[in-house]
Design a protein around this ligand. Structure first.
Ligand code: CO8
Length: 258
């Protein structure tokens, strides 16, 4: 298993997958999404004795700082629709994976990064972790399931506040709201995830698989389809072009509602 942007380490059946683009704060570009698709869709299914997966980010600063904004240049509505749908498909692969997947969140988990962490079955936050859905700063909406899964974890009231304000929250608040399962000292996120996966590995594998299926079956999926469509609709706007340009030019966006 060789990937351009993932490091994969098998520790006695617990596989640590590290998103490895630290200079871009591990932002999800197309190649990284393709790597995740190959890992969860094909390669991981062939690992003998797989107990579970830990997903983390390279470096101390960031888990994943979102979709790669440098790839937004020239994106049209059809491209936005396809990218969003592709992301949904990959994140559902993770959410529906037959073995437990735990996000070890070592820093920023923003936009697509927060959405990626939410598609995992559990989240361990280091004390420096920061969570948020800053898409409205870019003139778009979350396009990888954030409008749906954030509600699932923290409820409508706080979810809509975070989605509309783009406010970031720290690890302790994320824990208080129910977004993360545990907060640990920085650097201990992966170890805590391994500890939990080791405990689960001693249980009946078929029962574990069926619990994952049943928990997922509780939640409706229509809202995800709506999110793909509305993401593409925001990609059509001038506000999106302004928001993405403002980020890359390191200035505040001037939105006109067009
Ligand atoms: N994409 C691309 N590059 C990024 C991203 C990103 N999301 N985030 C950071 N970087 C890059 C910066 O451009 C910078 O590069 P360079 O050194 O070449 O200038 C480098 O990483 C370091 O970043 P900063 O200098 O900005 O570091 P700071 O410590 O000052 O700030 C932040 C850290 C707060 C994390 C800041 O980088 C930031 O706000 N990043 C963007 C966060 C964001 O808006 N994320 C959401 C993106 S949109 C999204 O995820 C939508 C998902 C759905 C998409 C659906 C289909 C396309």
């Amino acid at each position: 298993m060789e990937y351009g942007n993932l490091l994969v380490e098998n520790r006695d059946g617990i596989v640590i997958v590290t998103i490895n683009r630290p200079k871009a704060l591990n932002a999800l570009n197309r190649d990284t999404l393709n790597d995740l698709k190959a890992f969860f869709g094909q390669d991981a299914l062939k690992i003998q004795g797989l107990k579970g997966v830990v997903l983390t980010g390279s470096g101390e600063k960031s888990f994943v700082a979102g979709a790669d904004i440098s790839e937004f240049n020239g994106l049209d509505a059809q491209g936005g629709l396809e990218m969003s749908q592709n992301g949904h498909d990959i994140f559902f692969l993770i959410e529906r994976f037959h073995k437990p997947v735990i996000a070890a969140v070592n820093g920023f988990a923003l936009g697509g990064g927060c959405e990626l962490a939410m598609s995992c079955h559990m989240r361990i936050a280091g004390e420096k972790a920061r969570f948020g859905q800053p898409e409205v700063n870019l003139g778009i909406i979350p396009g990888y399931g954030g409008t749906q899964r954030l509600i699932q974890y923290i409820g409508k009231s706080k979810a809509i506040e975070l989605l509309l304000t783009a406010d970031m929250i720290g690890a302790e608040e994320a824990y208080r709201l129910g977004l993360v399962n545990h907060v640990v000292p920085a650097g201990e996120e992966v170890n805590k995830a391994i500890e939990i996966l080791t405990k689960i590995a001693a249980k009946a594998p078929i029962a574990i698989e069926k619990i994952i299926e049943c928990v997922n079956a509780y939640f409706p999926t229509e809202g995800f389809n709506r999110e793909v469509i509305e993401f593409a609709n925001t990609v059509k706007t001038e506000d999106f072009k302004e928001g993405a340009a403002a980020f890359l030019e390191k200035r505040v966006a001037d939105f006109r509602g067009k």
